[in-house]
Design a protein around this ligand. Sequence first.
Ligand SMILES: [Zn+2]
Ligand SMILES: [Zn+2]
Length: 872
Amino acid sequence: MDDVKTTKAAVAADGSGAEKNEALRYNPAEIEPRWQALWDAQPDLYAAEPHTSGKPKFYCLEMLPYPSGQLHMGHVRNYAIGDALARFMRMRGYNVLHPMGWDAFGLPAENAALKNNTPPREWTLKNIEQMKVQMRRIGYSYDWAGTEIATCLPDYYRWNQWFFLKMVERGLAYRRSSKVNWCPQCATVLANEQVVGGCCWRHEDQIVEQRELEQWFLRITKYADELLDGLDVMPGWPEKVRTMQRNWIGRSEGAEASFHVTAMANTAPIKVFTTRIDTIFGATSIQLAPEHALVKEWVKTDAKLASAVEAMIAEQKAARETGDIGNIEKHGVATGKTAVNPFNGETLPIWVANYILADYGTGAIMSVPAHDERDFEFATKYGLAVKRVVAPNVDTEGLALPYGEEDDAVLIDSGEWTGEAVLEAQEKMARFAEEHGFGKKTTTYRLKDWGVSRQRYWGTPIPMVYCTNGHEGVKPGGVVALPESALPVLLPEQIEITQEGGSPLGKVPEFVNTTCPVCGGPAWRETDTMDTFVDSSWYFYRYTDARNSSAPFDSEKANYWFPIDQYIGGVEHAILHLIYSRFWTKVMRDLGLIANSEPAERLFTQGMVIKDGAKMSKSKGNVVSPDLMIEKYGADATRMYALFAAPPDRDLEWQEEGVAGISRFLARVYRLVGKYSPAVRYIEKGVRGDEISPEQFAGQTVAGAALLRTLHQTIAKITEDFNGRWHFNTCIAAIMILVNEVYAAEAAMDSGEVDPATIAELLRTLTLLLVPFAPFLAAELWKDLGETSDVFQQPWPVADAELARESEIEIPVQVNGKLANVIKLAADADEKAIMAASLADEKVAARLAGKTIVKHLVIHKPSGKLVNLVVK
Ligand SMILES: [Zn+2]
Ligand SMILES: [Zn+2]
């Protein structure tokens, strides 16, 4: 402690140096649990102020986890990003909502129940407790008391049921028959993830069948256009996510046309969807999906066709499972049948092709090889005719096919439309088809209505019953919606999960048997439960009013907090969750519950945490346990490393040596503050950067001024990064540089050359800068510096541009030899920076307006630098 005593201010210290010496060893295992206990004892520590507070709000949200029982490093990183932002915004004076909850329904709980004979509810709640312990240990600033929700509890899922009834009322929820995966041995429906290589996960040799079942759907397609068009005005969402959603919705404008099958008067005509009705004179075949209704008929009497079609269906199914349907190798088989082109009466062969999907468009296309790459490839392979009907002008000599241009092109060999421009022809020909009853203008979507029925136990019961005997307007066995007063429909808690013999709820008579709410006669309940994506479609609204027992939330509260200012989660949720929750938002808006049309202003998708080049997974044996890292290096070092090792949008390769490095850095900070805190802890505040007086600054020694400069440059950098790029790795690097500089100035500080007030300023500000990244250490250092207030409630330091400024130089800028202005720049600015600054200068820019720069030079003279711009 001798070095401390040499500082002048140390004379005033309180003589606790001896204990101090022991404390100079950074020991997160002692520091962190101590603070955690203090924080846990204040349940409203991170509570947001009421929506009436009048403060600007900031809703910071990370995607809620599935309670598997163990946090993984991906969670640690995701929440470290959100927590840094939430803490920063609080210090900036915002009213911050930073909630957390549990996406607690789902299949794993049923699988675990089957395996361990533990009821799903018990298993899930135990996992939640375990993960909460981990999250508290890491020190995330969640308002647990005010916001925590678990979607598997009735106080949450009753509102799923309430929304469902609202949707039934409005025709947004409906029932129809649809295909499901079925294992005949289990005698039950399988989720997609229970189908492994086309077979049952429990019966490896059992091929999974497709069965038709009555299921519930939500009419998301009603909002297809709004969901699509909204993407154009969501600048705060990553472009890749918006592109994925556009493709998922898959809107195409075009026309339908009907082709009659030759010599089959009783067969319905084949409807094709095309975006290029203008090329219909160039159609040389019709291609049907293997699952097209006509094909199903024809295979009955054509064994050869039947086996080819069966193979194609299997091929499509496999390609769908691997997500490779777009790259499927194209092939087909001729049916021997023909159809008639309604525009010109030509007869075209009908084929079945493996790349035509039954659920896109009409499941049939007209093939126009001359003007479509895919059709061209197919026609070439099978020697089908290629007939050009569009060209840049009537002279088509030497023009390659296929030709796909639309702008400026005209129709040729197209009857009365010959010579028409492509876009006009599309309009006119669609209208012609409509007038003559064989087609119409139409729009198709790839997006389908959302099937929400699951033949599972661990989900929200669907609040519908079937009236056994029927009553007026409802036939026997007809479906009846429950009244709101019957909610919640509780999920029975004690249930035997067998995953055999149909829906688990169907085997609980106390659940199934009920009375019809209309006629009072016997009825049975719907035994399907809701898709768990329903739970996550609106959970973030519930956070704004999580304890409301009479409504899903209070509209005034939601309208204050929404839209979410920053949503953070994995890109794997780009389509399902993020489309469903946008849909749900629009439905709630139309119900008059909220004012916003989109849930989140900004979306951030973080990269993955990988190890040895691969995603962490049990099967690869490369999982790094957060608990182990925390035990060895502390929570601060673990979370700070997660922010430091890569920019948050990139993948992060976990290296334990890096965590150790961060831990050593934190130990250096701890030692530094510990060494000087006795000397500076009684120095009054008021030397903050934004308050520093010109006299105080003028009185600085060179060493003191240099430290203050680096400090304020660091504040500026971190503040800017939080507002924009989120390159926390470079923020943390900047703090490291600052700490190195302070260490390098140790002699000057010890000798009194840097005065104690400046040291106090340095150490206090450094501590505040650490809050978003290492909250435990920041709290400890703040106390160590003699502060009794809560470090998290302190205002974020403000960078003083004067203090941050480097010694500058002046550079004259000439345009065509005449002085335009003199710019000021950092002494060490390079040529690129000098040129950029010259061009950005207003006066210089005014001289350049409307002219072209032919030459630019930075001239180095003994007297200094000069910029010369030659323009014409
Ligand atoms: Zn099975
Ligand atoms: Zn009834």
